[in-house]
Design a protein. Structure first.
Length: 244
């Protein structure tokens, strides 16, 4: 009678187990990768944002599709960086939105330091003034400052003055006071704001936000590719790299 040595039995067992272990390892690795992708997608979807009211444009395209930004109204005073930069980031934002303030202080501040100076990107700010009267007044005031060549200085100051929504932080009186802090010509600024001379600009931007399919602030279009919410710098850099 033939007998099987312990060494031979171990060899056959190992030969049988090896492909099983390999298959299990592949399945486990696939699950880990899928989970990582899902978490990254969920993180982007849940990035803090303020939701725009629905109804301004029922046939708007969803913000997930690439947008032809050449159709948007772009005012030179609202662009930071060279118009010849290969990548344009169009930002739809509300000066009262806390998530807009967060991304301005964090990711956008870093982009301005690291990418605009080198001519790699330009940033275009557009209003999505949807959180009430003080959002509209603040946007109008920023446009009045733009008429004196100080849009970005006033823009930066507004985000440092956030203090709740429609709680009196951005009354017209205070907005004139901010202009005084920046030493703007108040004989031009005050009538501009009080007479609603820049209201049409703000309304046009906000209507374009709806027509583009934007549903929350902040929303960014990086060469037309949308990025929604108060995303970290890495999320911007990923889309910037893809656009190059």
């Amino acid at each position: 009678m033939q007998t099987t040595s312990p060494t031979s039995r171990r060899s056959r067992i190992l030969n049988w187990l090896t492909p099983v272990v390999l298959v299990m390892a592949i399945v486990l690795l696939s699950a880990v990768v899928a989970r990582s992708v899902a978490l990254a997608t969920l993180q982007e979807a849940l990035a803090p944002q303020a939701v725009l009211p629905v109804g301004a444009a029922d046939n708007a395209a969803p913000a997930q599709v690439i947008t032809n930004t050449s159709r948007l109204t772009i005012r030179p005073a609202n662009r930071l960086g060279s118009a010849d930069a290969p990548i344009t980031i169009v930002e739809f934002s509300d000066f009262q939105c806390p998530f807009c303030g967060k991304v301005e202080r964090e990711a956008i501040a870093q982009l301005r330091d690291q990418y605009i100076r080198d001519g790699k990107i330009s940033i275009v700010y557009k209003h999505a003034a949807v959180l009430g009267d003080e959002s509209t007044w603040a946007a109008q005031a920023a446009e009045c400052a733009a008429d004196q060549g100080q849009f970005w200085a006033y823009h930066d100051l507004l985000f440092t003055k956030q203090d709740g929504e429609n709680q009196g932080a951005f009354t017209k009186e205070k907005l004139v006071g901010f202009a005084s802090e920046l030493k703007l010509d108040l004989t031009r600024f005050a009538p501009c704001l009080n007479n609603d001379e820049t209201l049409v600009r703000v309304q046009t931007d906000t209507q374009e936000a709806h027509a583009t399919g934007i549903r929350g602030t902040p929303t960014f279009l990086i060469n037309g590719q949308p990025l929604v919410g108060a995303q970290p710098l890495a999320a911007f850099e990923k889309l910037i790299a893809a656009a190059q």
